[in-house]
Design a protein around this ligand. Structure first.
Ligand SMILES: Nc1ncnc2c1ncn2[C@@H]1O[C@H](COP(=O)(O)OP(=O)(O)O)[C@@H](O)[C@H]1O
Ligand SMILES: [Mg+2]
Length: 363
């Protein structure tokens, strides 16, 4: 068992004013793939380095596999790491690079050969074992770094933006590979990225960090569907979640949300507080777009039309606010045209304009 339990971790670097991590508590289950995601500078690397034992917290504790390791040096924590600047040795062949950690531990030669062979197979490096790093592509070099990390059979795998040196296509390919490999190994993994798409695709759960604090933790689609606040809704997703001011209204015994001079049905969980101002959050793909008016539709005007291949992304003006709407690829419309929008009320999320926290978090 190698679950990780982080309790109230605070770390402020000398000479800085605000803490890099500000009272972070998190649990990573045994065998889980947890992604730490958030904008640059939010404390991801600092948190990972505290788990690794490369940074000492000012207060709080780190437990791995039921053991308090807060005071334990990195090499005794039973973990392996892959970092952004994957240091593989240029003067060593792939085989020696992968075997490096095992050789350091004086593992018997036959055992090293067996494990290196297995790791190479898993990472499709078998045919490259006798090459030098300079004779490999970027993606292959990255795979060597991962092979070296997994070959030691550590209880915990820590990765800090391991794909950020790869170009977009390779990133996508390798992301899929990584998911397959880590799934097979079942190693408890903490993975850091600033890329929200990577986080959504890789994590069993994701923890969204903001300014040294955990904004939300949960399964990717749950966090994506029901962001705890406007920051999370805006950070996850491309395009980000739309936010609009609205007013709670009653009509015919039903709760409605007035947006501009029209209104739409409110989600059941909103409750009944006519007159309240709320911020409505809605994802582009949850807005249905029509070229004619109808019941429960909001009137808008198209500003920009951007085909993305699989869909058409419309930027529309709704009551003076810009909104992103995803239309089917067959939808034909030009800028300046009127459109009408409909939203399933259960896809709407409502936030308190005062502090942007969710009024309703429903699945
Ligand atoms: N060695 C350091 N000395 C001083 N400040 C640091 C150091 N490392 C990181 N920081 C600061 O701590 C905050 C969190 O940094 P970091 O954990 O690297 O964020 P992330 O990995 O999310 O980009 C940032 O404000 C950063 O400038
Ligand atoms: Mg970082």
């Amino acid at each position: 068992m190698a679950e990780i339990v982080l309790r109230n971790l605070v770390k402020t670097y000398p000479g800085t004013r605000s803490p890099a991590t500000d009272d972070i508590s998190l649990e990573v289950r045994d065998g889980e793939f947890l992604v730490l995601v958030g904008p640059s500078g939010c404390g991801k690397t600092t948190l990972l380095r505290m788990i690794a034992g490369l940074e000492t917290p000012d207060s709080g504790s780190v437990q791995i596999g039921g053991r308090d390791v807060t005071e334990l040096p990195a090499r005794l924590r039973g973990l392996s790491m892959v970092f952004q600047s994957y240091a593989i040795w240029p003067h060593m062949r792939v085989r020696q690079n992968i075997a490096f950690g095992l050789a350091m531990r004086k593992t018997p030669k036959a055992e090293i050969d067996r494990r290196v062979g297995e790791a190479a197979e898993l990472l499709h490096l078998t045919d490259y074992l006798d090459r030098y790093p300079a004779q490999l592509s970027g993606g292959q070099r990255q795979r060597v770094a991962v092979a070296r990390a997994i070959v030691t059979d550590a209880d915990v795998l820590l990765m800090d933006e391991p794909l950020s040196n790869l170009d977009a296509l390779l990133r996508m390919e390798f992301r899929t590979e990584l998911k397959r490999i880590v799934g097979k190994l079942g190693t408890t993994t903490v993975y850091v990225t600033h890329d929200q798409a990577e986080a959504l695709s890789l994590g069993d759960r994701i923890a969204v960090l903001r300014e040294g604090r955990v904004a939300q933790v949960g399964p990717p689609l749950e966090v994506y569907d029901s962001p705890a606040d406007e920051f999370v809704g805006g950070f996850l997703g491309a395009p980000p979640m739309n936010f609009l001011p609205a007013r709670v209204d009653r009509a015919d015994g039903r709760t409605r949300l007035r947006i501009g001079d029209r209104s739409t049905a409110a989600p059941a969980t909103l409750g009944d507080h006519p007159g309240d101002e709320v911020t409505v959050g809605v994802r582009a793909e949850n807005i249905e777009v029509f070229d004619a008016d109808g019941p429960d539709r909001l009137a808008a005007r198209v500003e920009v039309v951007e085909p993305t291949g699989a869909a058409i992304l419309l930027t529309v003006d709704l009551a003076g606010r810009q909104l992103k709407v995803q239309a089917p690829p067959t939808f034909r419309i030009g800028p300046g045209s009127p459109v009408w929008l409909a939203v399933d009320p259960e896809r709407l999320r409502c936030y308190d304009p005062a502090d942007s926290s969710a009024i309703t978090v429903s699945g």
